[in-house]
Design a binder for this molecule. Structure first.
Ligand SMILES: [Zn+2]
Ligand SMILES: [Zn+2]
Length: 455
């Protein structure tokens, strides 16, 4: 199908056969003739970046270059723009058009922040639900409306643990604990797919009591069906949407009103518009905020704003309850006030102070080897060599959050390239050092993967 499209575009002389091509990120490689306009919807989407395998490119940024070569125009669309694009718009590199009204004139939802910790302390929790969320769930159903419950963890529990000795089953190929999937009665690694049956007793101390910790969408579905019996529930996550047919069926049933309660991971945020959703509940916002990355505030703001945006009714105002253990967190506060601009301003201050994008460009050099000693030694050597030859900040080496995936031990080096730097010269110097390490016999099984503008 791809080849066919490629050939059709190539044969499309003077736009006689068709004028518009719809495509995913790879569409930017089609052999256009007289390209006039590129529209990139949801431009903040991380999936525009192809990180693995090569070619590593960001389709949005590549499209902007492509348009420049053709003298074409580009429209980037988003309700929650990436800070980079918003920065470019504010510094007049791009033009900015604001749409202040929601589609169909649906009013912005009311946002309620619920304190999980306080509710626990006062013993007011119903399962995973604060009194704020649970009472609105009952109200919404009584009013004959639908709801979406969001939890960005799939599976039943995050992991299981031996009650006696605290043993936690983990993946044999990766440094992560295995997620419990009750329907399949399996423990599964979400990084490499490694799966085992649930052991009947602890292999360390033989205690039969293995308890579940944390909760995913599967557990949430079970809890809701017990607490609110008689309502049709659907779950939408990676596990229930493996085929297009199942995915479409979940959407259709919710659109048609057959499903009253939709439980899901971020899949539910992807551009779906329903007109009878009275309530959206975010079960645990902290999951999003505590990710150690300079973009984590931006990302969690975007994600929460998108989830909240699913609350909408033709005839009234939808409600959103965000449950958190940290109600005073700046991102939560900005979501509450719906203030994208001040969120952006406070983050930009930090990025400028620490020279993160858009104030610099990043180059991440990832090193992989089966042996921890080798990858440590090679990455240390490379970082040292780089510091000697390039006049820009070199950070690391440091182990990523998950230091081993699919048997490969990982290390990262981060290079901050100032906007003013002469990129071509730097590139040559960096490449020379990488090639030097690569050419050494002892490192012949080492992979070095440089990625410019990693996301
Ligand atoms: Zn044990
Ligand atoms: Zn694994």
């Amino acid at each position: 199908e791809r080849v066919e499209t490629f050939l059709r575009v190539r044969e499309n002389k003077a736009g006689k056969e068709f004028k518009v091509v719809l495509g995913a990120r790879s569409a930017i490689f089609l052999p256009f003739r007289d390209l006039g306009l590129i529209i990139i919807d949801e431009e903040y989407e991380q999936s525009y970046k192809q990180a693995d395998p090569a070619p590593r490119y960001h389709a949005r940024d590549a499209a902007i270059m492509l348009a420049d070569m053709y003298g074409a125009k580009v429209i980037l669309g988003s309700a929650t723009p990436s800070f980079e694009s918003y920065h470019n718009a504010r510094s007049n590199k791009y033009g900015l058009v604001l749409l202040d009204e929601r589609f169909n004139r649906i009013t912005q939802p009311e946002i309620i922040i619920a304190d999980i910790r306080e509710a626990y302390r006062k013993k007011q929790m119903t399962s995973y639900f604060t009194p704020e969320l649970f009472s609105l769930m009952e109200e919404t159903l009584a009013e004959d409306r639908q709801m979406i419950l969001f939890q960005n963890r799939r599976g039943f529990s995050l992991y299981i643990e031996c009650f006696a000795c605290s043993w936690i089953p983990s993946c044999i190929h990766c440094d992560v604990s295995l997620t419990y999937h009750k329907n399949q009665h399996k423990l599964i690694c979400h990084y490499c797919g490694y799966a085992i049956g649930v052991p009947p007793r602890c292999p360390e101390c033989s205690d039969p009591q293995l308890v579940t910790r944390g909760f995913g969408t599967e557990k949430l579905e079970e809890e809701v069906s017990v607490l609110l019996p008689g309502y049709s529930i659907a779950r939408m996550d990676f596990d229930t949407t493996r085929t297009r047919r199942r995915y479409e069926r979940i959407i259709r049933d919710f659109e048609g009103g057959q499903t009253r309660i939709l439980i899901g991971t971020q899949i539910v945020t992807k551009g779906l518009d329903f007109d009878n959703v009275g309530l959206v509940g975010v079960l645990h916002a902290d999951n999003l905020l505590n990710f150690p990355d300079f973009r984590s505030f931006e990302r969690s703001y975007q994600l929460m704003a998108q989830v909240a945006g699913r609350a909408g009714r033709k005839d009234g105002r939808g409600k959103v309850v965000i449950q958190t253990t940290n109600p005073s967190h700046p991102v939560i506060q900005h979501i509450h006030s719906g203030d994208f601009h001040s969120m952006y301003m406070s983050q930009m201050e930090e990025r400028q102070a620490f020279q993160y994008p858009p104030y610099s460009r990043l180059l991440r050099i990832n090193l992989r080897h089966e042996n921890r000693e080798f990858v440590d030694k090679a990455s240390k050597q490379l970082a040292e060599n780089l510091r000697k030859v390039i006049p820009v900040p070199v950070m690391g080496p440091q182990s990523p959050i998950i230091g081993r995936i699919q048997r490969m031990q990982l290390m990262n080096i981060l290079v901050k390239l100032p906007r003013s730097a002469r990129m071509a010269d730097l590139k040559k110097l960096i490449k020379k050092e990488i090639d030097d390490i690569r050419s050494r016999r002892e490192y012949r099984k080492l992979f070095i993967v440089p990625d410019v503008d990693p996301v």
